[in-house]
Write a protein that binds this ligand. Sequence first.
Ligand SMILES: Nc1ncnc2c1ncn2[C@@H]1O[C@H](COP(=O)(O)OP(=O)(O)OP(=O)(O)O)[C@@H](O)[C@H]1O
Length: 317
Amino acid sequence: MRARGDVTADIGIDVSAVARAFGDVHAVRSASLEVRHGSVTGLIGPNGSGKTTLMLMLATLLRPDSGSIRINGADPTSDPAAVRSRIGWMPDVLGSWPSLSVRDTLVATGRMYRMTRSESSRRAAELIDEVGLDELADRPTRVLSRGQKQRLSLARSLVHSPDVLLLDEPASGLDPAARVDLRDQIRRLAAGGAAVLVSSHVLAELDEFADEAVYLDRGETASREAIAGARTSARDWRIRSLDPALLERALAEIGDGAVTDALGTTVSVSGDTAAAALLTRLVTAGVPVTHFAPVVGDLEHTFLDLSGRNTPGGIRG
Ligand SMILES: Nc1ncnc2c1ncn2[C@@H]1O[C@H](COP(=O)(O)OP(=O)(O)OP(=O)(O)O)[C@@H](O)[C@H]1O
């Protein structure tokens, strides 16, 4: 049990200045992050930035060259058994036993965690229901689609009721409805006290359910200062109006840089205060505004800004 009020005990994942190289490829140069129980942290980074390498180190499957990792206070290198008993690991690709059924896969996994046969069967049934694989429960895993395999992979990571979850691209291959289910499931797990680290390329979705974000770029986590700066930098807002010509005239009077395409008119705005002021001016000018929102969500904007791919210009706050 975690003691109430004990701050360090609330931290499920604690990573400090971790590095790992493969020969002369420095996959992770310096990663630091913290994930508290009861919260979801998104791990964000471009292809090859070191996300999987970092996850593998947290999951006891790869040794760091330097730095420190603690999972519920235990060191994955010196005490892998303690760490494995507490983590749920969902790899980006499920290596499944093709001829075993979904149910038998989960029962076998439970047995590996030393659960009794009846305990593992009960848990397998519970998880099959939770991830919506009821109709496929007794089919061999080789018939599963990619999305269905992802669900099985999530179920498998939860067999022993872990309280630290490492989910590597869990949404890949899922259709929109299944993504919503996954998001709800992850939120439920966090509400139940799990510390969840989830990597994803689908930033718009992470935006909706992650409490925190960690940005990894070329093996280094971005500092709090860099993130704070990127969050408030100028970003594009899309505006639509019942009277597009009037909108364009009003924007031309306020400032330059508006671009109109089939989706509406886009302007660059620095921060929420400037956005609110712009909306007020448009409405005061009689523009019938029907849509006024940032083009991309917070995470995506911050990610693009940190990686130097935002090219703001136009209206400033
Ligand atoms: N076993 C290995 N041997 C050599 N190089 C490796 C190995 N594993 C990873 N790398 C290299 O380390 C870097 C980071 O890879 P990693 O898979 O951790 O990135 P990632 O952020 O998970 O990428 P993606 O988003 O594409 O899955 C890459 O340059 C990769 O080629």
